[in-house]
Write a protein that binds this ligand. Structure first.
Ligand code: C2E
Ligand code: MG
Ligand code: MG
Ligand code: MG
Length: 284
């Protein structure tokens, strides 16, 4: 059975193995063309300092501007990117867009950082570190303006080189975040094994935080642990004010989620920075 998105409808139907294989080849072909033609577009989701309510940075989230199927979300193509070994190419394209955006914001006087998502398969490539350090040098970007997020689930694949590359990046000054924290099987051991600066608590914990005592206790434990380890915490998936208020009261430093803002185009993100700048000037 194949789930098919057609317009607003989602329906299910039977496909033969031959048809499925053809779909597979078609997707691989289209992805290769997308990387050559540069069809990937970076969206930006703001992160906020919960204490002050200020934007603290942005997370880059990739979309695929497909020539016929419209704007596709990562769930529709990231796994295929990884299995066809195109992830370093995707990373390089997203990172280049980020570098250009950081330059634009710097020119406007906005001192922001941007966070990029990377799969551990990318780190296993020894070229990864060179790619990042060359990009920073070429665009004259200070390393701390680039953050890299790695998910627990991708670390679970245990690729060689990952630790080495993360340590090199850290030494260069890039900030590292452990994404989707709490969803893997070895969350705690990753904290001692790799040099992370930030922990991102997965949205599955945040969604039930106001109603569920157990979820609240888990988030509290993560906050205590992070403090002891000198790491900062970002709560993902904040969808309402109650969650924000509770996380602030619990001492969580940063938050991200639809309540603050959905992933947006670079232009809309720039507008958001400008509005924050103007309203601060009015306050002072
Ligand atoms: P992630 O890094 O954990 O990113 C957070 C995801 O949650 C994003 O989905 C974001 O749009 C969504 N989100 C943010 N706030 C809320 C909220 O309040 N409620 C809910 N329900 N969802 C929220 P998105 O953009 O579809 O990305 C999905 C995943 O795809 C990302 O999860 C990340 O792992 C991966 N991804 C995105 N861009 C890239 C990329 O450039 N490279 C790689 N390797 N992976 C990427
Ligand atoms: Mg992320
Ligand atoms: Mg996440
Ligand atoms: Mg995720």
């Amino acid at each position: 059975y194949v789930k098919q998105h057609g317009g607003d409808d989602v329906y299910w139907y039977n496909k033969s193995i031959i048809e499925l294989n053809a779909d597979h080849l078609q997707l691989e072909y289209e992805l290769r063309r997308a990387t050559i033609e540069g069809q990937f577009v970076t969206y930006y989701q703001p992160k906020f300092a919960l204490q002050t309510g200020d934007i603290s940075g942005f997370e880059a989230l990739v979309r695929w501007q497909h020539p016929t199927r419209g704007l596709l979300q990562p769930i529709d193509f990231i796994d295929a990117i990884i299995s066809h070994k195109l992830s370093l190419e995707l990373f390089s394209q997203v990172a280049t867009q980020i570098a250009e955006q950081l330059k634009i914001w710097q020119g406007l006087g906005f001192d922001q950082h941007i966070c990029i998502n990377a799969d551990a398969t990318e780190f296993s490539n020894p070229e990864f570190f060179n790619l990042v350090s060359n990009l920073l040098a070429q665009h004259q970007i200070a390393a701390h303006h680039l953050h890299i997020e790695v998910t627990e689930s991708s670390l679970m694949k245990r690729h060689s080189n990952v630790k080495k590359q993360l340590e090199l990046l850290k030494a260069l000054g890039v900030c590292l975040a452990l994404d989707d924290f709490g969803t893997g099987y070895a969350s705690l051991s990753y904290l001692q094994e790799y040099p992370f600066d930030f922990i991102k608590i997965d949205k599955s914990f945040i969604s039930k935080i106001t109603a569920d005592k157990t979820q609240r206790a888990i988030v509290n434990a993560i906050l205590t642990l992070a403090e002891a380890l000198d790491m900062q915490v970002i709560a993902e998936g904040i969808e309402n004010e109650h969650q924000r208020d509770l996380l602030l009261a619990m001492g969580c430093q940063y938050g991200q989620g639809y309540w603050f803002g959905k992933p947006m185009s670079a232009e809309v993100a720039t507008d958001m920075l400008m509005q924050q700048h103007l309203s601060k000037n009015n306050r002072d």
